[in-house]
Design a protein around this ligand. Structure first.
Ligand code: FAD
Length: 294
């Protein structure tokens, strides 16, 4: 595996129901025991609000002492509102932001977000202009191309804009084809982009949900995986075991091939990520310590 220090992060979303809110602290506790470098918390996706993201971020920090990073999106944002959110997070000790365009409201025409920032590169530039180096800025990357982009080269040029605007790191959309990631890294090297590009990892636990997400975000489910998952639809235990093997193998190939860490889309479920972590033999800190894996 990569000799450099690897960074691991877990993505959460603000709970949408009282039941979800009740369960989240146990999920956070179980995941925090693995010693991630940070948690990130989505914003806007699925109708979550600014306040929900803030509360979840601060809940993670208060409960675990781990670092937490809010996602900020362009959708409907104004400069004044983003500046106020940045000031609030800064005052609360937050030092990392995931800056995104965001999922567009249904019915939006074109690719530009409604509001004062059309694309993520504009949001990144604004954060840098107003906050200097106060935040580590993460952006999204799409090894299989963003679904609204006209072609891979244009999409890559748009990715470059985010780096030029000051992004420090990138987290990828999930994928199941390691070659797409390594090809993306080759394009980064050729373009002189040296920031870490961390693969986003989606545990496989539910075929219908995975198929829905993948259709929406443009992630390809390879035919052989799709066929196997279809067969397991009435056998959830076999599906979990198969999904664990497939995703663990992907993680191993990525780390062995030089990925600088992994970003897990936990979907607020501890167990799938926990099982992957154990299956991969990733280190678990001794009780009481928090954070780094060397
Ligand atoms: P951008 O980088 O702005 O790109 C969007 C599209 O526009 C692409 O097709 C790109 O090629 C094109 N483009 C980019 N810049 C320009 C430009 N200057 N001119 C013309 N075209 C341009 N969504 C949420 O709503 N909330 C979240 O919390 C959230 N978290 C996410 C976390 C990760 C790690 C990832 C990978 C995605 C997340 N998403 C989230 C989904 C994301 O918002 C969508 O994929 C969205 O469609 C694109 O966001 P972006 O930041 O990549 O956009």
């Amino acid at each position: 595996m990569n000799a450099q220090r690897l960074q691991f992060s877990f993505e959460l979303f603000p709970p949408r129901t009282p039941e979800g809110a009740r369960k989240l602290p146990a999920t956070i506790a179980r995941l925090a025991a693995l010693g991630p470098d940070y948690f990130s918390v989505t914003y806007g996706a699925g109708g979550s609000t600014q306040e929900g993201t803030y509360e979840t971020v601060m809940g993670v920090v208060a409960q675990t002492g781990a670092e937490a990073a809010p996602h900020l999106t362009c959708v409907g944002a104004t400069r004044a509102n983003i500046a106020a959110q940045l000031a609030r997070y800064r005052a609360a000790g937050i030092r990392r932001i995931v800056a995104l365009r965001g999922d567009l409201p249904s019915g939006t025409t074109g690719t530009q977000a409604p509001g004062e920032f059309g694309y993520a590169n504009e949001l990144v530039a604004f954060i840098r202009e107003t906050c200097g180096a106060q935040f580590c800025i993460e952006v999204a990357a799409y090894p299989e191309m963003h679904p609204q982009a006209p072609d891979p080269n244009t999409d890559f040029e748009n990715f470059r804009r985010k780096i030029a605007a000051g992004a420090d790191r990138a987290l990828t959309q999930y994928f199941f084809n390691a070659d797409a990631y390594f090809d993306f890294l080759d394009r980064c090297v050729a373009a002189g982009i040296a920031i870490p590009v961390v693969p986003g990892i989606m545990p496989i636990t539910n075929f219908a949900q995975l198929a829905r997400f993948s259709a929406a975000c443009g992630a390809e489910i390879p035919r052989w995986i799709r066929l196997r998952l279809e067969q397991f639809q009435n056998d959830p235990a076999a599906l979990l075991d198969f999904g664990l093997e497939v995703v663990a193998r992907l993680c191993r190939v990525l780390l062995d091939g030089g990925a600088p860490g992994l970003h897990f889309y936990t979907l607020n479920q501890a167990e799938p990520t926990f099982r992957l972590w154990k299956h991969l033999g990733l280190p678990v800190p001794v009780a009481g310590s928090c954070g780094s894996q060397d």
